[in-house]
Design a binder for this molecule. Structure first.
Ligand code: PSU
Ligand code: MN
Length: 334
């Protein structure tokens, strides 16, 4: 006698491939809070690779006009590698995936832009405010829009003394629950890099450097004295790993760490500025979501723009690497 499953929808969900498809159909471009650009939709329909980009870096990570110029230059790097960029932010009550040049200018210049991480998104959306998504916020949006590769400069992490203050970026827990690959230059030494790697391990996040070096990068510096658990020799290998990870169906994300190119490596030159910045933040009683933007601004000023120049170069380099990963990944899945 033929057996009919009692709850056919649940039965369905047990097959990972089917679940991925039906989830995508439900929450993809048709989600009422998602506003995906025509160009991104078209690329996805054609099976061409898309790369997600964050916007907190534009509103809170860099001064004007470097922020606009960098955001546009990074998009250009992605295009140059044959991918479509999707810069993500929140405006008019919806998450925009694939912001245009006007949107980017708006976010870069507006007086009031909310730094939007997981906990902030519903508020920004319901209030119709302008929001710049952090790594965590951008991961959520990228996942909703079915974009598996996301490029940024640096990840948030465990702040120094974070084991006491409990200031641990929501980026870390997001990486534990959202299956998106984040291509970045590790975390800045404004953070506790060792504890950040421990926290990522606890969250079940796959972490690997791309290239010959296994030492985890420290954003402005190529080296941090902390080892990444893995290193992958090429973008192709990273794409294969991403493909296996997504096929597994686990909820956690991945970090692909790309050291800053040697000619822009600041080594220990920023360490003093960071120490001063941490002391200044403490003295000014800076707390919560203000800490990271405060430190970034302080270090930029204290190094007379040297750190900013390096910041810009490393993001462009990450964009090229991330786009090559996205391209290889698309070739594996289409
Ligand atoms: N690291 C950088 N530049 C940045 C950020 C991090 O080198 O602009 C931004 C990212 O958007 C990241 C956020 O997600 O800061 C982390 O903030 P917090 O530490 O408050 O979670
Ligand atoms: Mn924090």
């Amino acid at each position: 006698k033929q057996q009919t499953p009692l709850r056919p929808h649940l039965h369905h969900q047990r097959q990972p491939g089917v679940r991925l498809l039906s989830t995508a159909a439900k929450i993809g471009q048709k989600h009422p809070l998602l506003d995906v650009s025509e160009e991104v939709l078209q690329a996805q329909q054609d099976g061409r690779p898309v790369v997600a980009l964050e916007s907190t870096i534009i509103s809170h990570g860099m001064p004007f006009p470097d922020n606009v110029e960098t955001a546009l230059a990074v998009e250009e790097c992605v295009r140059h590698e044959g991918c479509i960029p999707a810069t993500i932010g929140i405006m008019n009550g919806r998450i925009r995936v694939g912001m245009n040049e006007d949107d980017i200018h708006l976010l870069a210049n507006a007086k009031e832009v909310t730094k939007a991480s997981r906990r902030d998104m519903a508020y920004v959306l319901s209030q119709g405010k302008l929001g710049a998504t952090t790594v965590a916020g951008t991961m959520i949006a990228a996942h909703m829009a079915r974009i598996p590769v996301f490029v940024t400069g640096g990840l948030g992490g465990v702040h120094r003394d974070g084991h006491v203050t409990m200031d641990v970026s929501a980026d870390i827990t997001e990486l534990g629950r959202t299956p998106v690959a984040v291509v970045c230059s590790g975390v800045k030494s404004i953070l506790d890099i060792g504890r950040t790697l421990e926290a990522l391990e606890t969250q079940g996040v796959f972490v690997a450097t791309i290239g010959r070096q296994r030492e985890f990068p420290a954003f402005f510096a190529a080296k941090s004295a902390h080892m990444a658990p893995y290193s992958l020799p090429s973008e192709e290998e990273a794409a294969k790993c991403l493909h296996s990870h997504l096929s597994l169906g686990v909820s956690s994300g991945l970090v692909f760490a790309v050291p800053v190119p040697a000619q822009h490596d600041l080594g220990k030159d920023v360490d003093a500025a960071i120490e001063d910045g941490l002391a200044a933040a403490k003295a000014a009683n800076v707390m919560g979501k203000e800490v990271t933007p405060f430190l970034l601004q302080f270090v930029n000023k204290a190094t007379q723009g040297r750190s900013l120049a390096t910041n810009i170069e490393l993001i462009k380099n990450n964009a090229r690497t991330g786009a090559r990963i996205a391209r290889s990944h698309a070739a594996l899945t289409h």
